[in-house]
Design a protein around this ligand. Structure first.
Ligand SMILES: Cc1ncc(COP(=O)(O)O)c(C=O)c1O
Length: 406
């Protein structure tokens, strides 16, 4: 299909050795969190065996911990096209976004408006909806159905001089729809609104560039791209410097530490750096980390797109299967949500799980999408997400399983 080094990729994931009932396991649950390669496991173990300490100490493990954090920022900056001191770490995207929203909330006056979208994960809705308590007006841009993507014309209509913040997902974790950020950033600029982008579902599948995205803040989660459970916030330097964060008195008031409350997950940061190295190693030649990462993400996107087309075509041939989200030629990630006429999403996921084929079912916190599709009372959707360690054979086994239970 392509020259993507899938065997070399697979060799690095010990979790692929797992079996269920004597069969190898196929992981299509990547949108909930991917599996982890050897390099990440080793980096986490190495942190604990050689570097484990808190910061600011006058001894070697503490110095190495500083270096670990510095390296983590450098590698994440290379992945996103940012500068290292524009990268902050936190418990997860949701927690960081609540901190960000609370801080930006301090800059709003009663009656100022925030735009969110119906397409978004609750992690990029509720932190902003909470600002209503401070007098902000929060409005949600509707989706176009059945593609489940943000209605851009509606977004333009809802924008006005009082719009101070636009918080939008780059890609939907339920439908795979990718938002036209060029248009969003253009619109944000017309009213000088702060643009916050949830890139949790985008970064694992497509090359990301914070400057091309034109955003002030962008969030992602390394556990969705082969790393540990952690969150990352990019803040454009000027916007980040102005951000009035809530912090402890002894905490540094400068970027990026100003939003990093408490002791960080040092081992997670070590693993995140290793996850970036893993990605870079897929197609890179080692000459320049940013180039290697972009090149590898392009290779991942192409490989995943091929598998996604196979999956979507196979699904549309299955009697009783209904697909939600953009068509295969639209801009999308390889994440496919569907229902079967005669089976609940939980029944499908359970049946496949017993065959060692792991898919998600439910709403995945994209609650509003599921509600607007009218699927909340029936258990949401089945979600299958492609990762670079998936193969054509696994896609075929998934399709066969769905056919068998449909
Ligand atoms: C699109 C999207 N945004 C936000 C989140 C929340 O991320 P975290 O689990 O790091 O808080 C998720 C998690 O599934 C997601 O898919």
């Amino acid at each position: 299909m392509t020259d993507f080094p899938v065997d070399r990729v697979r060799e690095q994931f010990p979790a692929l050795d797992l079996t269920v009932g004597g069969r190898g396991v196929a992981y299509f649950d990547g949108p909930g969190g991917t599996q982890v390669p050897d390099g990440v496991l080793a980096a986490v173990a190495r942190y604990y065996t050689e570097r484990n300490a808190n910061r600011h100490g006058a001894f070697i493990t503490s110095e190495k911990t500083e270096e670990t954090i510095r390296t983590g920022r450098e590698k994440m900056a290379a992945l996103l096209g940012a500068d290292p001191d524009e990268i902050a770490f936190g418990a997860n995207m949701t927690t960081l976004n609540f901190s960000l929203a609370r801080a930006l909330g301090r800059t709003l006056r009663p009656g100022d408006e925030v735009l969110i979208t119906d397409m978004d994960h609750e992690a990029n809705r509720d932190p902003w909806l909470d600002l209503r308590e401070e007098g902000a007006v929060v409005r949600s841009v509707p989706m176009r159905l059945p593609e489940c993507t943000v209605d851009m014309d509606e977004l333009e209509r809802m924008l006005n001089r009082r719009t101070r913040i636009i918080a939008i997902g780059w890609a939907s974790n339920l439908s795979g729809a990718v938002v036209d950020l060029d248009r969003v950033q253009e619109l944000a600029r017309t009213v000088d609104a702060t643009l916050v982008v949830d890139a949790v579902h985008y970064v694992p599948h497509l090359p990301a560039d914070v400057h091309a995205a034109g955003c002030d803040f962008l969030l992602c989660s390394p556990y969705k791209f082969f790393g540990p459970h952690l969150g990352v916030l990019y803040g454009r330097r000027e916007a980040f410097e102005r951000l009035p964060t809530h912090r402890a008195r002894a905490q540094r008031p400068t970027v990026p530490e100003k939003i990093e409350t408490g002791t960080a997950n040092h081992e997670g940061i070590a693993g995140t750096a290793a996850a970036c190295d893993f990605i870079a190693g897929i197609s890179g030649d080692g000459a320049d980390l940013r180039c290697d990462l972009v090149c590898s993400m392009q290779a991942i996107a192409k490989y995943e797109d091929g598998l996604n087309r196979r999956l979507m075509r196979g699904l549309s041939d299955i009697d009783g299967a209904v697909l939600y989200g953009p068509a295969e030629d639209d801009r999308r990630t390889p994440t496919v949500s569907f229902t079967l006429r005669k089976r609940s999403p939980r029944e499908v996921a359970q049946f496949l799980g017993e065959r060692g084929i792991f898919v998600g079912d439910g709403h995945f916190y994209a609650l509003t999408v599921v509600e607007k599709l009218g699927l909340a009372p029936t258990g949401g959707v089945v979600r299958a997400g492609i990762a670079p360690y998936n193969t054509e054979e696994e896609v075929d086994a998934l399709l066969q399983g769905i056919e068998d239970i449909s």
